[in-house]
Design a protein. Structure first.
Length: 283
């Protein structure tokens, strides 16, 4: 067990963002899904020790983040990619990652530079090592943030919306990097991309209203939509969850429309039916 959260609460003003959350995460790749405001980013910030919860308990890598000494040790063993990673625009890509490596206490210069080159290669930025951050594209900056999170081969990798700005080829490379980490360590990632969850995650947790409303495999989430996904030639009369597919037919979730035939459910179908209207934009 890498993470054990019990009764976690966090409130901003009158809004309860985390509402008595219970969660256990084991080695492998676990995905967090949920609409905006579900509490995903707040949970990740608490686990990454950048935000203190109001109540409940956390055990992360056998350490208690509420204890100052244990919190420092935990920070040495985790990698974190926040939703909005900050960059120093005048640094080169190499210098920025090197600076973060110093903060992570990799003090030997030769060892540190070898590690910086390794993580830049992992995210396919070796050729941009001497390019200033301000000249990098949005996707390159996102990969640079991932490189920083990979420094030191962390036991726990926390990623908040890591594939934002990545093109399909870069997303495939991201999946390869993260799946490799997940073979022996723990990855917890938040995303709105249900296809990333289906392709990458062994486990998915759906959050809504600060609580976990589903916890299982991607296949299990898809199975919750069995018998509730339909394809028809004409648009349904009253259904709210439907769209026109590339082949011109209409995919409907929920009640069977007139002339509708059963379709194989996917992760997105299960997610949308679980959360209804609140999930449509996020998915």
């Amino acid at each position: 067990m890498t993470i054990h959260v019990k009764g976690l609460t966090k409130r901003f003003g009158r809004k309860h963002v985390l509402n008595g959350l219970d969660l256990t995460v084991t080695p492998g790749v676990t995905g967090l899904l949920g609409p905006n405001g579900a509490g995903k980013t707040t949970l990740l910030r608490c686990l990454a020790t950048t935000l203190a919860p109001d109540g409940g308990s956390m055990d992360v890598l056998g350490l208690n983040p509420a204890d100052r000494v244990q919190r420092t040790e935990l920070r040495r063993r985790l990698g974190y990619l926040p939703q909005d990673p900050g960059h120093y625009p005048h640094f080169t890509a190499f210098d920025l990652v090197d600076y973060v490596a110093i903060l992570k206490e990799i003090t030997d210069r030769r060892e540190r530079h070898a590690e910086v080159r390794r993580v830049l290669a992992e995210v396919d930025l070796s050729e941009q090592a001497k390019v200033r951050v301000r000249r990098l594209s949005g996707g390159m900056r996102q990969r640079l943030a991932l490189a920083q999170a990979l420094l030191g081969r962390p036991d726990l990798l926390i990623l908040d919306e890591p594939t934002v700005g990545l093109d399909p080829e870069q997303r495939m490379r991201f999946r390869a990097v993260v799946s490799k980490v997940g073979e022996s360590r723990t990855v917890l990632l938040s995303t709105h991309q249900t296809e990333d969850v289906a392709a990458l995650c062994e486990r998915v947790v759906v959050m809504d209203g600060g609580s976990a409303v589903f916890d299982g495999t991607p296949g299990g989430l898809a199975a919750t939509a069995a018998g509730r996904v339909w394809l028809s030639e004409d648009p349904p009369d009253a259904a709210r969850l439907f769209w026109r597919t590339a082949d011109g037919r209409y995919r409907t979730l929920g009640e069977r429309p007139a002339g509708g035939g059963a379709a194989e459910p996917g992760v997105e179908d299960g997610y949308l039916l679980l959360l209804g209207d609140r999930a449509r934009v996020a998915a």
